[in-house]
Design a protein around this ligand. Structure first.
Ligand SMILES: Nc1ncnc2c1ncn2[C@@H]1O[C@H](COP(=O)(O)OP(=O)(O)OP(=O)(O)O)[C@@H](O)[C@H]1O
Length: 229
């Protein structure tokens, strides 16, 4: 489903680009359909960089990324943006909801970007709101929701266009432990019932608990930690 081959990334620093910082070196990994894979590693080890490379928000110095049989490394920006809309959902630690939009409007956004009709948008947004159990909160603004509810809205936004893969950067990083457990159970259900593949960054053992497999980044390289307990 996601195949990363010999991926390396250097950030170019300095006004004249005189300095190069190697973050990832010859990384290869595979995530198969229906897996929940956790990426762990100390702060600054390159976990977010790996996710940003897979998402196409930054481009690798070398190597290739194949998602669902497509060599996305060869895509131009427009092709990548379209591919993201169809295939990838995103969940972030700080939810990244738009404060001036209601829960409903935040969830509807990817469908507007996809150019769906109003009728289809309404149908899919309402169905997704039900799936995350927030129907009665649809007209609430993010500031009127708890952290867990905000993360549910952001999960709904990731789910609304039915992507086969969700990339999550510390999805429970700003939640208390009880809400974290609830969101993790929910991710587990989405994986089990809908077969959604999750690639999740975490430095939290709780998150690694629901993962089928854990990968560790250290010194720019990967170590596969095998099956989680
Ligand atoms: N745009 C950039 N330009 C230069 N260096 C960057 C850039 N983005 C990240 N870095 C550096 O790359 C390294 C890896 O950053 P990254 O955010 O991928 O780490 P991380 O493992 O996700 O960290 P954390 O757990 O703290 O979120 C860090 O040293 C960071 O300072």
């Amino acid at each position: 489903m996601i195949q990363v081959n010999n991926l390396s990334h250097q950030f170019v620093l300095g006004k004249k680009g005189e300095q190069r910082l190697t973050i990832l070196e010859n990384i290869s990994l595979q995530v198969t359909q229906g897996e929940i894979v956790a990426v762990i590693g100390r702060s600054g080890s390159g976990k977010s960089t790996l996710l940003n490379l897979i998402s196409g928000f930054i481009r690798p110095t070398s190597g290739e990324i194949i998602i669902d049989g497509e060599n996305v490394t060869e895509f131009n920006e427009t092709q990548y943006a379209n591919f993201r809309l169809e295939n990838l959902g995103f969940i972030f630690q700080n939810f990244q909801l738009i404060p001036s939009l209601t829960a409903y409007q935040n969830i509807e956004l990817p469908l507007i970007f996809k150019g769906e009709t109003e009728v289809k948008r309404k149908e899919q947004t309402m169905e997704t709101l039900k799936r995350v159990g927030l129907e009665s909160y649809k007209d609430h603004y993010p500031s009127e929701l708890s952290g867990g509810q905000q993360q549910r809205v952001s999960i709904a936004r990731a789910l609304v266009s039915n992507p086969p893969i969700i990339l999550a950067d510390e999805p429970t990083g700003s939640l208390d432990s009880e809400t974290e457990a609830e969101i993790l159970d929910f991710i587990n259900v989405l994986n089990r019932d809908y077969g959604i593949t999750f690639l999740m960054i975490t430095h939290d053992n709780q998150v690694a608990r629901i993962a089928h497999r854990t990968i560790e980044i250290s010194d720019g390289k990967l170590t596969n930690r095998g099956q989680a307990v």
